[in-house]
Design a protein around this ligand. Structure first.
Ligand code: SF4
Length: 385
């Protein structure tokens, strides 16, 4: 198998947690899929917007967590011209939010605060049914938990349109229209050989991405993990056929599980932390998280820690420490052997526990709001009929 064939087989939205992602070569993704690099102009524009809006947040572009894009430069240009733009995102309600789902939710909140644009937030119950074989009622329960987290993370309820995929007639209609523009061989080339329900849920996602154009939005931004790239490619192919401005996307890197490999599977509870997890359990998992520590204290003082291997550093950088100066101190102390892993986890772990304690209090308050939203949107098509 050639390298690029191997990569194409790996990048898919349904099985990324089942396979070893460490063989993904990010550099080759730019060549194989034509992804665009985050250049200095984009970084400058984002930095200025963060300052203008006085945001105290992680700058995902500067920290290379968002590492690639498609037409995000055009999206920013259109934003500056005052065009009517929107952001689209969603989550498959197959489980409670963990750190992987939190990253996408955080990026969504980040872009909404940065650009003050309307967000379309899709609860992808059809995909949960197709991919995970979940009963509808369980999807709704998970959706309530997910929305409580999203609200606690700071999504602006007033500036967000929440909907349930299976109940959003205009999305389903758009999916049907999209189906007239694709062939079996197109779907097979993008997604591989799949069951019909997965192809169907992919088409519904096309409805999600393209239906905001029917509300007079001239372009959409879709912040995603690299595993969702096939959906973006298909959406852009379809947008071209409908003579629309192509959807823009930003791509974040895939974070590792707590055990240091990329199998952050929901089946392995020790490899992930959920946002509603008991604090004692979180503390225990942080004690065991994979680090870049050396074999002995003497060796670590002499050689410094192997920070690029360290999951503890990765999660602090992507999730819990906003201040760049603190991240820099952590990095320098590690690589210069000034701190050992135990001390490091004790010291910086406080930021993590502080986040969870605060987040869990807010999510409790938001549960009722989330329940009302889900109840409302799940009854919607009854009203429409
Ligand atoms: Fe990771 Fe800290 Fe150990 Fe460095 S000192 S490897 S950052 S836990």
């Amino acid at each position: 198998m050639k390298d690029n064939d191997n990569e194409k087989g790996l990048i898919n939205p349904w099985e990324m947690d089942l396979i070893e992602k460490s063989i993904i070569n990010y550099d080759r993704l730019f060549i194989n899929f034509g992804l665009q690099e985050i250049n200095e102009k984009i970084k400058k524009n984002v930095k200025e917007l963060i300052e203008e809006n006085k945001l105290k947040c992680i700058n995902y572009f500067e920290r290379n967590i968002i590492f690639a894009h498609r037409d995000f430069d055009k999206f920013l240009d259109n934003y500056k011209k005052g065009m009517n733009l929107a952001i689209i995102s969603g989550i498959k309600p197959s489980n409670d939010f963990h750190l992987g789902s939190k990253l996408i939710a955080d990026e969504l909140v980040f872009f909404q605060k940065l650009l003050k644009l309307r967000v379309y937030y899709c609860i992808a119950d059809l995909e949960a049914i197709a991919d995970n074989n979940l009963p509808y009622e369980l999807c709704l329960q998970n959706a309530i938990s997910n929305l409580a987290d999203l609200l606690a993370l700071g999504i602006d309820e007033e500036l967000t349109y929440f909907y349930l995929q299976s109940n959003e007639i205009k999305v389903l209609r758009k999916a049907f229209v999209c189906s007239t523009k694709v062939t079996n061989s197109m779907l097979k080339a993008i997604y591989g050989d799949r069951e019909i329900d997965l192809y169907l849920s992919a088409l519904v996602q096309m409805g999600d991405i393209l239906s905001p154009y029917d509300d007079n939005h001239s372009m959409v931004l879709v912040p995603v993990g690299i595993d969702q790239e096939p959906h973006i490619r298909l959406a852009r192919d379809l947008a071209e056929k409908f003579n629309l401005q192509l959807p823009s996307a930003t791509y974040n890197i895939l974070l590792r599980g707590l055990n240091g490999n990329y199998k952050m599977s929901k089946r392995d509870k020790e490899s992930l932390i959920t946002l509603n997890e008991d604090i004692t359990s979180i503390k225990r998992k942080l004690k065991n998280v994979f680090t870049g520590g050396r074999n002995t204290a003497e060796e670590q003082r002499r050689l410094g820690g192997e920070i690029d291997k360290c999951v503890f550093y990765e999660i602090c950088k992507a999730h819990f420490i906003n201040d760049d100066k603190i991240i820099e101190i952590m990095r320098n102390d590690c690589i210069n052997g000034k701190i050992l892993c135990g001390e490091c986890k004790n010291h910086y772990g406080k930021y993590i526990i502080e986040f969870f304690e605060k987040h869990q209090d807010i999510r409790k308050e938001k549960l009722e709001v989330a329940k009302n939203i889900v109840e409302d949107i799940s009854k919607k098509n009854i009203r429409q009929i």
